[in-house]
Design a protein around this ligand. Structure first.
Ligand code: MG
Length: 243
């Protein structure tokens, strides 16, 4: 069985966050029999939106490796985890309430702006998220995103408090002690109970590097370089390269 982990922002989604450009690519992966696992810094609510648009039924990984959501009945065996809605959830990161409380304490000192102290209008201006998606991004369970700061040093302070601050291309994501690779390993161990697994990953950013480390074949969209990942210009090139 072939399992592919896909990043969302700047891999499957572009400036307008529309699911349309990636629709054909997802369809081709399905035809080839891939199990398609979204692995993104986006929230559960945001990923549910894209899962509906692309008709995906596989497990998915939210908020930068913070939790694995497994839809009821997906695996033919019982998985240990927390019950949330129609999912069993394996939580690897930290609770949102704890992360927000720590940020609230140092927000003034460093001039921090993040979901927890911003309005939807402010977040739309920071991120370019369209109105219909911004409220889904506010439904945070395990992480925060710092959009703006006026002083450096907050990342060290967060790390001293046991959190991880992961710098992306524009923003800083704050999570517990986890990453996209750790969460992907949890899913791969579940799939391996069904048979031999060949694993793939596609991403574009440094937060995808821990994921590239643990898969058989890794692909990076754009110009960053990673020793294990093959560079491609866009997802359309991937199908040719993969064969
Ligand atoms: Mg990305």
């Amino acid at each position: 069985m072939r399992v592919i982990f896909l990043d969302l922002d700047k891999t499957l989604l572009w400036e307008d966050y529309s699911p349309e450009p990636a629709r054909e690519f997802i369809g081709s992966l399905k035809e080839k029999g891939f199990e398609i696992v979204l692995n993104s810094s986006k929230t559960r609510a945001e990923q549910e939106y894209y899962r509906r648009a692309w008709k995906l039924r596989e497990p998915f990984i939210v908020e930068n490796g913070s939790a694995v959501f497994i839809p009821d009945g997906y695996f033919p065996f019982e998985v240990k985890g927390v019950r949330k809605g129609s999912y069993t959830v394996i939580e690897l990161g930290e609770r949102y309430e704890k992360i927000k409380a720590i940020l609230d304490n140092i927000a003034e000192k460093y001039g921090l702006k993040y979901y927890g102290n911003s309005t939807p209008e402010e977040v739309m201006a920071f991120t370019g998220l369209p109105e219909e998606l911004v409220l889904l991004a506010f439904q945070r369970e395990y992480s925060e995103t710092i959009f703006r700061w006026s002083r450096e040093g907050f990342e060290e302070e967060l790390e001293a408090k046991g959190l991880r601050a992961v710098r992306g291309s524009r923003f800083v994501n704050v999570i517990g002690n986890t990453d996209k690779g750790k969460a992907a390993l949890v899913i791969l161990s579940l799939y391996s109970r069904l048979g031999k697994v060949e694993s793939y990953a596609v991403g574009d950013g440094e937060n995808d590097f821990p994921l590239f480390e643990i898969v058989d074949r890794a692909f990076i969209v754009g110009n960053l370089s990673h020793a294990k990942a093959k560079n491609i210009s866009s997802i359309d090139e991937l199908l040719e390269v993969m064969g």
